[in-house]
Design a binder for this molecule. Structure first.
Ligand code: G3P
Length: 252
């Protein structure tokens, strides 16, 4: 629906040390002007920078999120993991779950992803649930089936537009400079919208659908104007404030 508030989100992945905090400052400054009345902006730095990032962005319009959380919401013996409670404690408001890099490198399946989303809900965080087909699945013409199943299995039954954002990231488009055509993105996003409405009714109408995978300043105007694309999840181009802001300003 036309009244969904768009979001431009950046996922820094395993990038970013203290010396890149200037980029976060610059992004926060750049997204706090008049366009902030219409568009949300979010940055997801590595967890080592999470607390300092929220501290730096206090009194700005830039939202801060984490890149992953454990499926257990609070404390426990899980060396190396961080919980949704810890993320909230850092004053972050969002957490990415089920990114394809987590699915691939850490063996996370749809069920695990849905548990992580629940952990986020438990702590009042908004989960950004990522789905997307691999290149092989794409080539085999299985995109729609894969998306349908991932969406259905990765999203908890109590998902709402407040606690959940969906990001469609074709795995073959991530970090490759290749993107699906606008028509293909439109087909997938229309299907996701239809699936959400079928499952959640009116709630499903309002859930944001982001596109991710090689979003750059040059292709952002086209990708962001595709029907049912309610924003972008940006990897590489979110590391430089100038690129992030150029994509954000595609909404002008
Ligand atoms: O989560 C965002 C990401 O996977 C897209 O990465 O570098 O292709 O924009 P990139």
């Amino acid at each position: 629906a036309a009244d969904i508030r768009p979001m431009v989100a950046g996922n820094w992945k395993m990038n970013g040390t203290r010396s890149e905090l200037d980029q976060i400052r610059a992004i926060a400054h750049g997204v706090s002007g008049p366009l902030s009345k219409k568009i949300d902006a979010l940055i997801c730095p590595p967890s080592t920078l999470l607390y300092v990032a929220t501290t730096l962005t206090v009194d700005t319009k830039l939202l801060v999120g984490a890149q992953d959380c454990h499926q257990k919401a609070r404390t426990g013996a899980h060396t190396g993991d961080i919980s949704a409670e810890m993320i909230r404690d850092c004053f972050a408001t969002h957490v990415i779950v089920g990114h394809s890099e987590r699915r691939k490198e850490h063996g996370e399946d749809n069920y695990t992803v849905s548990m992580k989303a629940r952990a986020a809900y438990d702590q009042g965080l908004t989960a950004i649930v990522c789905i997307g087909e691999t290149r092989a699945q794409h080539k085999a013409g299985r995109t729609m089936d894969v998306i349908h199943r991932q969406l259905n299995e990765s999203m908890p039954a109590d998902a709402t537009a407040e606690n959940t954002i969906v990001a469609y990231e074709p795995v073959w488009a991530i970090g490759t400079g290749q993107t699906p055509g606008a028509d293909d993105v439109a087909r997938v996003h229309a299907r996701m919208r239809a699936d959400l409405v079928e499952r959640f009714g009116a709630r499903g109408e309002a859930i944001r659908l982001l596109y991710g995978g090689s979003v750059k300043p040059q292709n952002a105007p086209e990708l962001l104007s595709v029907p049912h694309v309610n924003g972008a999840l940006i990897g590489g181009a979110s590391l430089k404030a100038a690129d992030f802001l150029a994509i954000y300003h595609a909404y002008e």
